[in-house]
Design a protein around this ligand. Structure first.
Ligand code: GAL
Length: 371
């Protein structure tokens, strides 16, 4: 018995040391505590009670794996290198149930924030009802009592119905919507968005919301940041105090710049955004911007990626910027290296962010650690 115990201890100790990760290896297969490639794409992180929770799209094999066949996956970690599988925290509903999040819908870029007032975990995601491609351009909301769920679907919506953006010129509020008869395919629009007056078109039903993120400021106010107006323009909206709805207070920024994949963070009282251009799953040159307040004015800072393959953001697209706890000015760029033909094999590109004055700089590293 003694020999058996000793053998067991030795075996488990060696298993522990050999599986313990101490660095990031961008672009490699990242395994969870069960040895399975982490499945949390377009993700974001919540830090709560000394634990990091990583939420992302659970993708499946093949091209069809880009639609939501399973739901939102969650992992937890204390050190950001070693991740424990916490399972599916928001499940899609059965096929043909007619539910907003039925199997086969498009559910992308889930982000979770904690509402201290309500003591609830609130998830927002980009939702495209099943079978209509990306024409729905909606947001979905789900809530949970615990960070590891289960999350309950609350509603889907188009943001800010019946409200004009705070920075929308009076003359445009009164001008006609000029989108009739035009076809929109997700890419560039036939005219500058201001000439089309897409905001006016969507005034009653709510504004379009595709690629998105959430940001909680130091004062507890939360914001929903999304690609709107046929992807042409970024909308930044203040959420209500319970984080469950749009407040109707919002602004439009980077008009006609087609910013996607927004990730917002705050450093030394200034607000930063890392974004991408609009080329679907194909990578493009990243973008960045700085502002003295969430609602601007935003100044573009250019492509934060430097060196070889910077024009393709090191074959990645932004999804989140993670403030490292206890590390002053320690921020991690989190990006996805998509694999649209075999969605489940998408990889994670996490790299440290450096600052040169206001500029954000991201260099490639094969392997690195926070220390
Ligand atoms: C990307 C977007 C992804 C996904 C993809 C679909 O531009 O960032 O989240 O929507 O397009 O083609």
């Amino acid at each position: 018995m003694k020999v058996f115990c000793l053998l067991f201890l030795l075996l488990s100790a060696s298993a522990c040391t050999s599986s313990e990760l101490k660095s990031f290896t961008p672009g490699e297969v990242w395994r969870d505590n069960k040895g399975v490639h982490i499945n949390a794409h377009g993700g974001g992180i919540l830090y709560q009670n000394d634990v990091y929770y990583w939420y992302g799209e659970h993708k499946t094999e093949g091209q069809g794996g880009n639609t939501a066949n399973v739901g939102v996956h969650c992992y937890s970690s204390k050190d950001l290198y070693n991740w424990k599988d916490e399972g599916i925290v928001l499940s899609v509903m059965p096929e043909n149930s007619g539910h907003d999040i039925e199997k086969g819908c498009i559910l992308e870029r889930p982000k979770v924030i904690y509402n201290a007032k309500m003591k609830k975990y609130v998830m927002w995601f980009h939702l495209e009802p099943k079978g209509i491609g990306y024409r729905g351009a909606k947001s979905g909301v789900a809530v949970a009592e615990k960070p590891v769920g289960p999350f309950t679907f609350v509603k889907s919506l188009r943001p800010n119905a019946g409200h004009f953006p705070m920075n929308y010129p009076e003359e445009m509020k009164n001008a006609p919507d000029r989108t009739e008869g035009l076809k929109f395919g997700g890419g560039s629009v036939p005219k500058h968005p201001d000439l089309l007056n897409i905001v006016k078109r969507d005034f009653e039903g709510g504004q379009m919301a595709r690629d998105m993120t959430l940001f909680v400021d130091d004062d507890g106010k939360a914001y929903h940041i999304c690609a709107s107006e046929e992807n042409s323009t970024l909308h930044i909206s203040l959420l209500t105090d319970d984080y469950l709805s749009h407040s109707g207070v919002y602004g439009r920024f980077f008009v006609g710049r087609f910013m996607e994949a927004p990730a917002m963070f705050k450093k030394d009282g200034k607000y930063y955004l890392i974004m991408s251009g609009c080329t679907g799953w194909t990578p493009n040159a990243g973008r960045s911007a700085v502002a003295p307040s969430v609602f601007g004015p935003w100044t573009e800072l250019g492509n934060p990626f430097v060196g070889e393959d910077s024009e393709l953001s090191f074959h990645s697209q932004s999804t989140y910027v993670l403030p490292v706890q206890g590390k002053k000015n320690g921020f991690i760029y989190m990006g996805d290296r998509w694999n649209p033909s075999n969605a489940i094999d998408g990889r994670y590109i996490w790299l440290p962010i450096r600052f040169e004055d206001d500029r954000i700089i991201i260099n490639w590293m094969d392997e690195w650690s926070i220390e």
